[in-house]
Design a protein around this ligand. Structure first.
Ligand code: FAD
Length: 441
């Protein structure tokens, strides 16, 4: 079968790109070998955020009544299934739109412009690879022991762990640490680096970790896990902290040490496409070294975020259509849905220092914001980073709804706005966004 465009993978990269392509007149065939919606909908953003909401509800009840309600894990997991099921149906309906053929099969390249799926051959001048990523398991002795899990398995847990040990203090590790602490588990996080959340402004990351510590989460930073051993129904995680051997006993160990591009069985060896362990190499239009073949989302390793996959897909279709757009990939907001929430967009202080960029910082605090106090959410800070002309080049925050607050800075940055522009914008009172506004006064 010959078509205008082939897309492999129906995550937020693939399915949104299929819609954009079909709306612009490209007959599109999209392949999916698991469930419509990809990692984000089935094993990532949406199920985790459903559990984050359950955790927030528990914290709210605990704050109101002074006693922590017992978590009904199966009820929480059932609600997660209900939410993901509803959204999956939505994506499946979208994939029936005119101009889109959704094929539920594994696809692999026969050559750079021919894909084989379900025993049939499909050809197109343009192909977009959107196959996502999967958990990367480090070479630790005992990593295959029963009870040592990835985020996918943790999302299907049937029994609450009394003690959860998490290896890795990146986004996924920190979100699960926050959720399971609220659910009532004892949580220990072991991290190789000095600070958690390496992509986040280190000032914000440190403050946020301190709050997590006050919540009772135990952190071992600068620590290297050596082995995991099972004795009966317990796992012992052995690690070195500054060359001193230590141990933690746990019921479940979550390995959250990063993700790798999903390229196994894709037949890339038949195409000549350049790739390495970090992902498929692309230019700023998401084009690989092979004419007409693009790679978007997690599989190119540029920014492992759902909205990045979508934006990159739209860019690649626009390139196929020879249309320009104003999507600014460098202004990529990101959030961590812990309690407290963490979010950032643009350059961090650490990046400015490393790049030798002169900058100024302005800070606003939740404790002096009326809405934050009314919400009993006085912990938090918003940090604006500006260049010497007061242009906003970064915004980072932790605290309630930090992800929503930095979105306003994202809009302003897309228009190259300054702190003067931000100051002139009237803000609704009382709102958390006033913290951002106040940082400019
Ligand atoms: P995916 O969503 O991974 O989709 C790729 C699809 O392609 C999969 O369904 C796969 O089965 C299919 N596929 C692969 N190979 C083939 C093949 N050969 N043939 C046919 N189909 C194939 N991001 C955020 O922005 N916000 C969050 O809050 C967030 N939370 C997360 C929480 C967790 C626990 C995890 C694991 C990730 C989270 N992410 C979050 C990251 C987000 O899920 C990914 O960035 C996003 O899903 C990437 O989209 P994608 O379209 O590139 O790939």
């Amino acid at each position: 079968m010959k078509t205008d465009l082939i897309i492999i993978g129906s995550g937020p990269g693939g399915y949104n790109t299929a819609c954009h392509a079909a709306k612009n007149g490209l007959n599109t065939v999209i392949f999916e070998d698991r469930q419509a919606g990809g990692t984000c909908l089935n094993r990532g953003c949406i199920p985790t955020k459903t559990l984050c909401h359950e955790a927030d509800m528990i914290e709210a009840v605990a704050a109101m009544t002074g006693s922590r309600p017992e978590t009904d894990l199966s009820k929480a997991m059932n609600r997660k299934e209900h939410v993901t099921g509803q959204l999956r149906e939505g994506v499946e309906t979208l994939m029936k739109s005119p101009g889109i053929t959704f094929v539920k099969e594994h696809a692999s390249f026969k050559d750079a412009h021919t894909v084989v799926a379900g025993g049939e051959e499909y050809t197109a001048d343009n192909i977009i690879i959107a196959t996502g990523s999967e958990s990367k398991m480090p070479p630790i002795e005992g990593i295959n022991e029963e009870g040592v899990v990835t985020s996918t398995e943790l999302l299907n847990l049937e029994k609450m762990p009394n003690h959860l040990c998490i290896i890795g203090a990146g986004v996924i590790g920190m979100e699960f640490a926050s959720v399971f602490k609220s659910f009532g588990s004892n949580v220990t996080v072991i991290e190789f680096l000095k600070e958690c959340l390496p992509a986040i402004d280190s000032d914000i990351a440190k403050r946020m970790r301190k709050v997590m510590e006050r919540r009772g989460i135990e952190f071992y930073m600068q620590s290297a896990v050596k082995s995991i051993n099972r004795k009966g129904d317990k796992l012992t995680v052995c690690f070195d902290k500054k060359n001193k051997p230590q141990e933690v006993e746990a019921d479940i160990v979550l390995v959250a040490t990063g993700r790798k591009p999903n390229i196994d069985g894709l037949g890339l060896e038949n195409t000549g496409i350049n790739f390495d362990s970090k992902g498929i190499k692309v230019d700023d239009n998401m084009l690989t070294n092979i004419r007409g073949v693009y790679a978007i989302g997690d599989v190119n390793g540029r920014a492992m975020l759902a909205h990045a996959a979508t934006a990159q897909g739209i860019r690649s279709v626009n390139h196929i259509l020879k249309k320009s757009d104003n999507i600014r990939m460098e202004i990529m907001p990101a959030a961590v849905f812990t309690n407290p929430e963490v979010a950032g967009v643009g350059l961090t202080s650490d990046q400015c220092d490393a790049m030798g960029i002169e900058y100024n910082t302005r800070k606003g605090f939740y404790r002096s914001n009326g809405k934050a106090l009314a919400m009993d959410e006085s912990e938090g800070m918003v940090k604006l980073i500006t260049d010497n002309n007061n242009k906003i080049i970064g915004c980072h925050a932790y605290g309630a709804h930090a992800a929503d607050i930095i979105q306003e800075a994202t809009v302003i940055m897309n228009f190259d706005g300054t702190t003067d522009n931000l100051r002139d914008i009237i803000h609704t009172h009382p709102t958390l966004e006033e913290i951002l506004h106040d940082s400019t006064v």
